[in-house]
Design a protein around this ligand. Structure first.
Ligand code: T46
Length: 132
């Protein structure tokens, strides 16, 4: 599957850089939740699920990690390492994150509040749903 990246405008001068995230502007949905991951040790695998409804944009604000996208038909692996770039993760995309750099700060913008019922955490169940 194709990875959909959003390139954010970066405002920079001799003082440093700034990126602004605005829902319905450069983030294509209403932002209802922001969460972030950090301190992910070497060898750790995160994610391993798909969402039924949730849309998200993932940004490596600092450091890097690898990201797998799987729509049930094909798989794509990308590296997240650019704080001025977001990866759009649509519903019904199985995703995994690994190979976190020690300094990785991975931020997610989501269009809904946390709801465990929205997760599909079993890959076989995901494939059955994706085939429908
Ligand atoms: C996703 C990937 C990219 C909450 O209580 N509220 C929240 O908003 C979130 C995101 C998580 N949690 C709790 C649930 C678990 O007890 O935090 C714990 C760790 O969550 P999880 O194991 O789902 O973390 P990841 O890194 O596997 O997945 C997370 C998001 O949960 C998920 O939606 O798409 O990052």
């Amino acid at each position: 599957m194709i990875a959909n990246f959003i390139k954010f405008q970066q405002y920079g001068d001799e003082r440093g850089a700034l990126v602004a995230l605005e829902d319905m502007k450069n983030v294509p949905f209403p932002i209802r939740r922001i969460y972030y991951m950090f301190g992910c040790a070497e060898g750790v695998l995160r994610g391993e699920h798909a969402h039924k409804q949730l849309k998200q944009v993932l940004i490596a604000v600092r450091g890097s990690c690898r990201f797998l996208l799987d729509d049930g038909h094909s798989r794509t692996e990308v590296v997240l390492d650019d704080p001025a770039q977001g990866l759009l993760v649509d519903p019904m995309v199985w995703h995994e994150m690994w190979d976190f750099s020690e300094d990785c700060l991975l931020m997610a913008l989501a269009d809904a509040h946390y709801d465990e019922a929205d997760y599909i955490r079993n890959y076989q169940e995901f494939l059955r749903n994706a085939a429908q």
